[in-house]
Ligand binder design. Structure first.
Ligand SMILES: *Cc1c(COP(=O)(O)O)cnc(C)c1O
Length: 361
């Protein structure tokens, strides 16, 4: 036995499990388990990444000025109130490190993204899980769960893994109803997929208690490079800037992200394609007796009769070389989360689910 022990909370963490990437014995499996863009990043981003290879001996910009300017121009934001992270996961970690410690509570929703709980525990604070209403964020339940110890509220909108979202009026009602010592975090990892939705940036500008996080990992197809960012009130951005390491984003990541956000044609193509095949896939699964909530993101949460049926379908999909995500860890044992792939992948998934359902019930 050793007397060397970690800080409180650390041993309560169940390490994050990413989506499976391989099926043993199958070489051309399709990965639909991590909400990745099936088309990858824009050619402009790939070219910027290649060019960055010539200056890899230089340290990256520590202020991310060029990238923040590109983000600000694209979204019409103030670049001084943007902070970049090594993925938005790092921004979530900064927020917990800066605002939550032992004795504090951090709220996330019943089927909320797993990193909220992990980062909360990593800083010795207590995660508080608030129930949803039929897999949709429940503003009244969150407000009722707040108390003097609450420091942060995390909402993903649209949420992962449910794909559902709440309207801007509901978010504003949540922001204005919170006690004045609580910071609301709007995780907009999938905001780019929602036509006309600003991810909450107008609310950030109107208030002092809201911060929005975003990522280049989903629509922009740059998950492998780890680039996220946040937009917040000056007081929050200033605090996060103090815990951020100076070289948290590589030069290649900064260059690729800047090129990616300037290539609006590629982003538009991916958004339109996703919406089209998401609708097609949801309908095809429903015809096979597998319903899903209307998803606003790049995945569908397929609901089965029970856990055994969901797992049996997952096994069948794997045998067909199709990798989707089990979400029992998100309190959704009877569901499978399926990323919207390209047309061929969507057709293969629908066909395989149909085959399975023809024999399942
Ligand atoms: C994928 C995802 C992220 C993580 O994004 P990174 O920028 O790759 O760290 C954050 N929040 C939600 C809800 C996600 O689904």
């Amino acid at each position: 036995m050793s007397n060397i022990t970690p800080q409180s909370g650390i041993l309560d963490i169940t390490p994050y499990q990413g989506g499976t990437a391989h099926v043993p014995g199958i070489s051309n499996a399709v990965k639909l388990s991590s909400n990745e863009n099936p088309f990858g990043p824009s050619d402009a981003a790939k070219e910027a990444f290649r060019k960055a290879s010539f200056t890899l001996h230089r340290y990256p910009a520590s202020d991310h000025a060029a990238l923040r300017r590109a983000i600000a121009e694209h979204h019409g934001l103030d670049p001084e109130r943007i902070i970049c992270g090594n993925g938005s996961d790092e921004i979530i970690a900064f927020l917990c490190q800066a605002y939550a410690g032992p004795g504090d509570e951090v709220i996330h929703t019943e089927h909320g993204f797993g990193m909220y709980r992990i980062s909360t525990l990593a800083n010795g604070a207590s995660p508080v899980e608030v129930r949803e209403r039929e897999r949709v964020t429940d503003v009244d339940a969150i407000l009722a769960a707040c108390n003097g110890a609450t420091k942060l509220v995390f909402i993903a909108n649209p949420n992962n893994p449910t794909g559902t979202m709440i309207g801007e009026g509901e978010i504003a009602r949540l922001a204005s109803g919170l006690p004045d010592h609580v910071l609301l975090v709007l995780d907009g990892a999938y905001a780019e997929y929602v036509e006309g939705y600003d991810g909450g940036s107008a609310l950030v500008e109107a208030r002092q208690n809201v911060v929005m996080t975003r990522t280049f990992s989903k629509l922009y197809g740059l998950g492998g490079l780890r680039i996220g960012w946040a937009y917040g009130p000056e007081h929050v951005i200033s605090v996060l800037g103090r815990v951020r390491g100076p070289f948290n984003l590589s030069s290649a990541a900064q260059a690729a992200a800047e090129a990616a956000i300037r290539d609006t044609a590629w982003a538009d193509k991916c958004r339109v394609d996703n919406a089209r095949w998401r609708g097609w896939l949801a309908e095809a699964l429903a015809e096979h007796g597998v319903p899903s909530d209307t998803s606003l993101a790049n995945f569908i949460l397929a609901r089965f009769a029970n856990q055994a049926e969901a797992e049996a379908c997952d096994d069948h999909l794997k045998s067909e070389g199709l990798i989707v995500r089990r979400v029992a860890g998100y309190n959704l044992p009877n569901c499978l989360r399926i990323t919207v792939g390209d047309e061929a992948s969507c057709r293969r998934v629908a066909h395989a689910v149909g085959q399975f359902m023809a024999t399942a019930r």
